[in-house]
Design a protein around this ligand. Structure first.
Ligand SMILES: NC(=O)c1ccc[n+]([C@@H]2O[C@H](COP(=O)([O-])OP(=O)(O)OC[C@H]3O[C@@H](n4cnc5c(N)ncnc54)[C@H](O)[C@@H]3O)[C@@H](O)[C@H]2O)c1
Length: 367
């Protein structure tokens, strides 16, 4: 697979990225790829899953550009991470049953990463698995969550702990959906694009550093997807190399869980942005990067993404949540840590004192 070239989008409104088993199309003018695909892959029935925001903002655009879907039943779930839980999953399964879905039905996940995660999960186990496609509507879902075959839901305050590896039949990224995406969710998605640059795409990182304003940029999204596909294809089941995608996520998931427990929501990308800064500091403590690289990364992430102030969270609480993380083994904290821009190691052992210093470093950026 070759990475899309800068500028491709000035000439083409449609780009295809082929992963081993499905096609990801990135479009900015129409939904031709989706319409062609639906004609070719006839399902016994098609159901659209969305949340209340994507139903209001994106469904009308979808049915206008893909009129064949205007009669499809719609399952609506509440927007937000708090709904990515077993109760919502049960409600989805009940509605799939009431719409008489069978093994040849198709579920279309129209939404951000919350909808693609729970929709993919529900489809992957309903009647032992029905087909699903993703129509991501947030930057985070376009650039990251809809690619890679991880699905899942949260259990209590533990994030993504119930899930499957299940690949969508196809992914259709349509950038005009982003027009209604609120700014904070845009920045949250951008965090995952910065992450892929840091772990596997030095030139993407350089490009991002130059970026000044919000750009609903198909070429940026396509580059991010292509880099992710390249990583995932080397290790689809997350046994080794793919873990580099977890950079920033060990601390990030712990922060999300702490917020969720407190009944507050911290956007995934914002948690990852904070996590990346802390873990960059840990990489420096472990001599994987020099001070100048740490300053470049944390300065860029801090100024571009405006991560949250976290002074109220004690390092000991963070450490407690870090131990719940799926990425650990044998009670040890195992992190993915960068050892340069565009390069990352996985399964680096970290201890609580590293995290405590990283938390101090993070807080010092807000003085
Ligand atoms: N499976 C994976 O590989 C993977 C990777 C990264 C993140 N994730 C998951 O993704 C989720 C975060 O994704 P997210 O940030 O997209 O969250 P989200 O799905 O909750 O969307 C964010 C908000 O934006 C709204 N929204 C989405 N698209 C919109 C649009 N076009 N116009 C107006 N509003 C819109 C949603 O209704 C929601 O309120 C987390 O649950 C995270 O665990 C999964």
């Amino acid at each position: 697979m070759s990475l899309p070239r800068l500028g491709d989008y000035e000439y083409f409104s449609r780009m295809l990225i082929r992963s081993r088993s499905y096609t990801i199309s990135v479009e900015n003018k129409d939904l031709k790829s989706l319409n062609d695909w639906l004609k070719k892959h006839r399902a016994s029935s098609t159901v659209i899953l969305c949340d209340n925001n994507t139903k209001r903002n994106c469904l009308p655009m979808l049915t206008a550009l893909s009129p064949g879907l205007s009669d499809a039943p719609v399952i609506e779930i509440p927007a937000g991470e708090a709904g990515k839980n077993p109760d919502t999953a049960t409600a989805i399964w009940e509605q799939l049953l009431s719409h008489r879905c069978d093994r040849d039905s198709l579920l279309i996940n129209l939404g951000g990463g919350m909808v693609s995660d729970i929709g993919g999960f529900c489809a992957s186990v309903f009647k032992r698995g029905i087909g699903f496609i993703h129509l991501p509507t947030s930057l985070l879902a376009m650039a990251d969550a809809s690619v890679g075959g991880k699905t899942g839901i949260d259990l209590g305050s533990t994030r993504n702990v119930i899930g499957t590896f299940a690949e969508p039949r196809a992914v259709f990224v349509f950038t005009p959906f982003l027009k209604t995406l609120p700014e904070e969710h845009y920045r949250s998605g951008l965090a995952e694009i910065y992450k892929i640059g840091l772990v596997a795409g030095k030139s993407l990182w350089s490009e991002l550093k130059k970026m000044k304003n919000r750009q609903d940029d198909a070429s940026l999204i396509a580059k991010s997807i292509a880099l992710k596909v390249k990583v995932v294809e080397k290790d689809p089941l997350d046994k080794g190399y793919r873990k580099i995608l977890n950079f920033g996520h060990s601390a990030g998931h712990a922060l999300e869980s702490i917020y969720l427990e407190e009944g507050k929501e911290l956007l995934h990308g914002m948690a990852v942005a904070a996590g990346m800064i802390m873990e960059t500091n840990v990489a420096w403590q472990l001599k994987l990067i020099d001070r100048a690289t740490m300053a470049e990364i944390s300065g860029t992430l801090h100024s571009r993404l405006s991560p949250p102030v976290l002074r109220h969270i004690p390092a000991s609480l963070l450490a407690r949540y870090l131990l719940h993380d799926k990425k650990n083994s044998g009670g040890k904290l195992m992190f993915a840590l960068i050892d340069g821009i565009g390069s990352c190691r996985h399964e680096v052992e970290v201890d609580e004192s590293n995290m405590s210093r990283a938390m101090d470093y993070y807080n010092s950026l807000f003085k």
